[in-house]
Design a protein around this ligand. Structure first.
Ligand code: FAD
Length: 637
């Protein structure tokens, strides 16, 4: 099957405008006749639910936390990109588009990325109107800072809490619609399956996490905005609850999973410090505006940093990439940190860390200025490590952070299942093989505030309305199979905890499908995951019952899905015999150890179709065409 991304014709800068005109509209009086389910109330889902309700649709919104305010989006620190060009440093919509396509190593769909860059400016206006307290410069204009992969300053920020502030904005809009009765909010519900009626997505089955009851909900369309799956690695910077289960349920029902092996390893995280650690902490990329990354020039140099003179330090990013310096994209910075540590130059107790040093910036700008910009991040670092980053360099190491892969969607953000839309980190659409910093918030909000509200209307207006009810047979059957899986998990009564399986799966993936991959390791990892999955279904211990609040049961369901999904990641990584962005197969690298693409054979989106338990998934591809950006070997020198 050759996949059709349904990209509209015409010049790239006019496609979205034209498409919006050509999309069918639902008239205001008819909007109130439609019911839309939105699963996930982070930036993507929260923005979508509020906007759809404002338009007049009836929305049912779901999240597994006790409040939409706790969606993982709240953790985002550094900022959100937009092509406003306030600093007058040469930015434009076309430059943001170009940087994003290049940053993704030419594995994203051009038209989607251009639309994203167009919407970026609308987002800032919208959020300012909501009252988001973006940082401002002396004259009162919104301030900007730089992020990796760009030579302009286009990142808008609210100290190190940008995600929190943006989420409060989306949440306020959502609350207004909840109060007006247009959004029915269902917190503490976990979507466990998708319900299909005559080939269309028409509802979901959720578990009430407090009472354990299963519920069915019907609608005219279903929107998934359920976030990323970085937690498949167990240790990541993601919130502990982030999972792949809603996406995987859709995959089992026929939705294609695109580029599942495209994972982002963020270069600046607090290094792992113990076997029983459950979470890793990000140190925002914004810190690389002022922090300088270095290691000792001599392998095995164990002197404390202040005793190592300038002449014996290697500021390796500045040396290797003079144009971008410390602000090279994440995949490049991460691989370089690994390379230094592999060469014996790593620092700290484990030798798996490099320095991020603010001494020069503090000398240049003063401690007050640095504190104003990054105070909360420095405080967080200090609390976790008991070190003072104002006086001694931070120690950092790459960690799993974001997933570029996700559900395949067309230009309308609709999956190959009619009526199933996917937004935010849950879809694959805009970041190719590597996401640039500060562009996830931009994408989630563009999808939710500015894209879906148009495109879902096109689907609803162009599809005959089916009168479905949650008491129809497809809902009953789906609910029955969900109940059977819950019962099966509870009946195993084995000896190993869910976390124990999860930790082992994470290590397998980190070692063999992480920052660097090779064919032999991946083939071995596939068998290891299959064995681990077999043991899970025989020996997992899920204490408690199914009729009350049971977090072990919640986790067991998510880890069961991760155990299948982890294998899909390996299958995808093995099929892509090239290196690109975050997918670094050691067999394909340039003389300078950069990722070496094979555009002739792999300039496509790999989309996988579920074929049943124990069966290999079927491969489909969407060819990528680059008409506005020239395919080149990425260079940040
Ligand atoms: C530490 C950290 C810092 C970051 N900083 C930045 C930054 O500075 N700039 C930037 O652009 N990006 C940043 N990112 C990335 C960005 O935060 C995320 O990609 C983005 O917020 C994801 O938003 P989302 O709406 O797609 O998903 P999320 O915010 O993850 O929301 C997912 C929603 O889905 C719900 N959900 C999930 N599964 C189910 C289910 N089965 N049933 C019911 N509900 C479900 C959850 O309850 C939640 O409401 C950062 C990421 C991390 C980890």
């Amino acid at each position: 099957m050759l996949l059709d991304g349904k990209v509209p014709g015409g010049p790239i800068a006019e496609k979205w405008e034209r498409h919006r005109f050509e999309l069918k509209l639902v008239n205001p009086a008819n909007k109130r006749k439609f019911e839309i389910i939105v699963v996930g109330t982070g930036l993507g889902g929260g923005a979508a639910a509020a906007t759809l309700a404002e338009l007049g649709y009836n929305v049912k919104a779901f999240c597994f936390q006790d409040s939409p305010r706790r969606a993982h989006s709240i953790a985002a620190q550094g900022g959100i990109n937009a092509a406003k060009n306030y600093p007058n440093d040469g930015d434009s919509i076309h430059r943001l588009f170009y940087d994003t396509v290049k940053g993704g190593d030419f594995r994203a769909r051009e038209a989607n990325v251009h639309r994203l860059a167009e919407c970026s400016n609308l987002i800032i206006d919208h959020c300012v109107a909501q009252g988001i307290p973006f940082a401002r410069d002396y004259g009162g204009l919104l301030a900007n800072r730089s992020f990796g992969g760009a030579q302009v300053s286009r990142t808008f920020y609210a100290r190190g809490q940008t995600g929190q502030q943006l989420l409060l904005g989306a949440y306020s809009s959502l609350c207004r619609q909840i109060a007006s009765g247009k959004v029915q909010m269902y917190p503490r519900r976990e979507m466990l399956d998708l319900v299909m009626v005559n080939g269309h997505a028409k509802g979901i089955v959720v578990r009430n996490l407090i009472t354990g009851e299963l519920e069915s909900h019907a609608a005219d369309a279903v929107v998934l905005a359920t976030g990323g799956y970085g937690n498949v690695f167990f240790l990541s910077t993601n919130a502990m609850g982030s999972n792949v289960s809603a996406n995987f349920a859709a995959y089992r029902k026929g939705a294609l999973f695109a580029n599942p092996c495209f994972t982002q390893i963020h270069p600046t995280c607090i290094p792992v410090h113990g076997t029983y650690q459950s979470k890793l902490t990000l140190m925002s990329e914004s810190l690389r505006n002022d922090g300088r990354v270095w290691v000792p020039k001599n392998p095995g140099d164990k002197r404390p940093p202040h005793q190592i003179p300038e002449s014996e330090r290697d500021y390796y990013l500045e040396r290797k990439y003079p144009s971008f310096g410390n602000l090279v994209p994440r995949d490049v910075a991460s691989r370089n940190a690994k390379e230094q540590c592999d060469a014996g130059k790593g620092v700290g107790e484990t030798n798996l860390a490099v320095y991020l040093d603010f001494a020069d910036a503090i000398k240049r700008d003063g401690r007050d200025v640095i504190e104003r910009k990054y105070g909360n991040l420095f405080a967080m670092y200090g609390k976790i490590t008991a070190d003072d980053p104002y006086t001694t360099p931070m120690m950092i190491y790459p960690a799993v952070h974001y997933t570029m892969g996700g559900m395949w969607v067309d230009y309308n953000l609709m999956s190959n299942i009619p009526g199933l839309f996917v937004l935010g980190e849950a879809n694959f659409s805009d970041h190719g093989a590597n996401r640039l910093g500060a562009s996830a918030l931009m994408q989630g909000l563009a999808d939710g505030y500015f894209v879906l509200p148009y495109t879902i209307g096109g689907y609803l207006a162009g599809t005959a309305k089916a009168n479905v009810s949650a008491s129809d047979a497809p809902f009953k059957e789906t609910q029955k199979s969900v109940q059977a899986r819950v019962d099966k998990l509870l009946a195993i009564k084995g000896k190993r905890t869910v976390d124990d399986f999860h930790r082992q799966l994470g290590l397998i993936l980190w070692d063999h499908c992480g920052m660097a991959r090779n064919n032999e390791g991946m083939a071995k990892a596939r068998t290891m995951i299959q064995d681990l999955r077999a043991e899970f279904w025989d020996n997992v211990l899920v204490p408690g019952g199914g009729k009350d609040f049971n977090q072990s049961l919640e986790k067991a369901g998510r880890v069961a899905d991760f155990l299948e999904f982890g294998e899909l990641m390996i299958v995808d990584a093995l099929a892509r015999q090239e290196s690109c962005g975050g997918h670094f197969n050691e067999a394909y690298q340039t003389d300078e150890n950069e990722a070496k693409r094979d555009d002739e054979n792999f300039c496509h989106v790999a989309a996988w179709e579920y074929k049943g338990e124990g069966q290999d998934p079927e491969f489909h591809k969407e060819e990528l065409k680059f008409e506005n950006v020239k395919l080149t070997q990425r260079s940040y020198k």
